[in-house]
Design a protein around this ligand. Structure first.
Ligand code: PHE
Length: 508
């Protein structure tokens, strides 16, 4: 069958694997994993984590890549062709969440960039890293970085697969080298190996706790870049003969190896310097780990700059994939030029990133309590990250499993696969994955409603965990929830209804 006219194709299989693993390996692997592993009890975490990899992660990776490659379309169009308008609606909803996540992911990178500059100029450790980060949040330098980082993304995405491929060929190998340097440094510190035991001594008591499973599942989805249409968009640029089963397995494996190594680097360092890990991803990235690096016997500033540079390039190869997903979707639906789709996503995205980066402080009892941007970021992250990825995974598994028919997809993928998928794959996608995600989501909602079931290890937390310094702004959590839900649902509805795929002509 002919390739759709004008659709670009990856230059090589390596290019695709690097791009997909560059998407997967990001802030999620380097710092969120450590924070989550600590929050959910170290050795209790990786049992659910590996279960999540095999039961949920690898199969959904193959499904998301599979529909992109077989339909040669980005997420909404691929879902429309396989499962009709319901599927298209789901896909647009996920892409609107992708835009929200891109907004704050880039604000995070703007903070990373600012901290990197502080490290290079030698000011990082002057008053302690915590104070430095506080001053970064209260300054307007990150606002400049928001423009710089969106600008870099625009450059890397300007010519589609060509420029993406050129970028990842440099950045992805580089981040492996930097990570390996950090892990060698970490493990050779005094007592460094103790952190390894903490992280990898199984703790079978903790796995009875529902929140540990919930944490591991969300972490796995985010880490593998699932639920935002990114893997579908990237795989839509694969040639028809590509082996998605092998590629999907390989990308998942590389991602989790990187995460594993990052965990070793971070925990060896924390134990060596008896630092208290942080369960907050921001605290871990911007304060605890850099503080640990500051204790290195030599070249601390060099390693700190290296750490932030590593976060920056790993984050950039992820952010380009989050942005490419809606860009590819708009082009497929409306037949727009790349520049037009990119410009639209950027205008909306930059505005959002700026809101998260504005140096406005919230006040509590007359004192500065927290930056408004971080509080908004936390609130948005709670819904867009905590819920949407799993909801998309759940509905996607049901639609592809039952409406399109997983055995149809399986047969299509097996044609090119070196390791063919057996009937077990269908059982996973049709039944096990939907049931498992439903249970995890149900527990999440119960906890959100402050319902506790002790026998199941379920502890109520209340709406959005109920903390946050919203002095006089108590309406904020409710408002953000409303804006998120109303905006994404309405937007997805409109995007599904307007326009048509007519311009695709005979190929459709
Ligand atoms: N996987 C990326 C990370 O670990 C984040 C990401 C999520 C990228 C979803 C694309 C899509 O940081």
């Amino acid at each position: 069958m002919a390739e759709p006219a004008g659709r670009s194709v990856w230059g090589s299989k390596l290019g695709f694997v690097l791009a997909a693993s560059g998407s997967a390996i990001g802030l999620g692997n380097i710092v969120f994993f450590g924070a989550n592993a600590y929050r959910f009890g170290g050795g209790a975490f990786y049992v659910p984590y590996f279960a999540a990899l095999f039961v949920l992660g690898i199969p959904m990776m193959i499904v998301e890549m599979g529909i992109g490659q077989t339909q040669r379309r980005a997420f909404p169009s691929a879902m429309n062709r396989t499962t009709g308008q319901k599927g298209e609606f789901l896909a647009w909803w996920s892409l609107l969440n992708a835009i929200v996540i891109a907004m704050y992911y880039i604000t995070l990178l703007a903070w990373v960039g600012t901290m990197m500059v502080r490290a290079i100029t030698g000011a990082l450790y002057d008053d302690g890293v915590g104070a430095t980060f506080g001053s970064v949040l209260g300054s307007s330098v990150p606002v400049i970085f928001v423009f710089v980082i969106w600008g870099l993304n625009a450059v890397f995405l300007s010519r589609g697969t060509k420029t993406i491929e050129a970028t990842v060929k440099v950045f992805v190998p580089l981040m492996w080298v930097f990570m390996i340097l950090l892990v060698i440094r970490g493990l050779t510190l005094d007592n460094g190996l103790q952190g390894v035991w903490y992280l990898f001594t199984p703790n079978f008591k903790g796995i009875q706790d529902a929140s540990v499973w919930q944490g591991a599942f969300s972490q796995m989805f985010f880490s593998l870049s699932l639920g935002l249409g990114t893997m579908t968009a990237y795989a839509s640029y694969l040639p028809r003969k590509a082996d998605v089963v092998t590629n999907g397995g390989m990308v998942s494996f590389m991602n989790c190896s990187f995460e594993f190594i990052a965990g070793l680097a971070i925990f060896s360092m924390l134990f060596s310097f008896s630092l208290q890990p942080s369960s907050s991803t921001l605290g871990m990235s911007f304060v605890v780990v850099p503080t640990g690096i500051g204790e290195f016997p030599a070249a601390a500033t060099f390693f700190a700059a290296l750490f932030f540079f590593l976060l920056l390039i790993a984050g950039l190869t992820s952010s380009i994939s989050i942005i490419e997903s809606p860009v590819a979707a708009l082009r497929d639906k409306f037949g727009w030029a790349r520049s037009k789709a990119l410009a639209l996503v950027m205008v909306i995205g930059v505005a959002g990133s700026l809101v998260f980066a504005l140096p406005i402080m919230l006040q509590q009892d007359g004192k500065d309590a927290a930056p408004l941007g971080i509080s908004l970021l936390d609130l948005m992250d709670h819904w867009a990250f905590g819920y949407s990825l799993l909801i998309v995974g759940l509905v996607e598994a049901i639609l592809i499993g039952h409406v399109y028919g997983i055995d149809k997809l399986r047969a299509e993928l097996n044609e090119n696969a070196r390791f063919t998928l057996g009937p077990w794959f269908g059982v996973l996608v049709k039944w096990i994955i939907p049931v498992v995600i439903s249970v995890v989501l149900l527990f999440n909602v119960l906890a959100e409603l402050d319902i506790s079931i002790e026998a199941l290890g379920l502890a109520g937390r209340g709406f959005y965990e109920g903390d946050g310094p919203f002095d006089g702004l108590d309406f904020l959590p409710g408002l953000i929830f409303g804006v998120w839900l109303g905006g994404t649902v309405l937007g997805a509805f409109l995007l599904t209804r307007i326009g048509s795929y007519d311009h695709e002509g005979g190929d459709a």
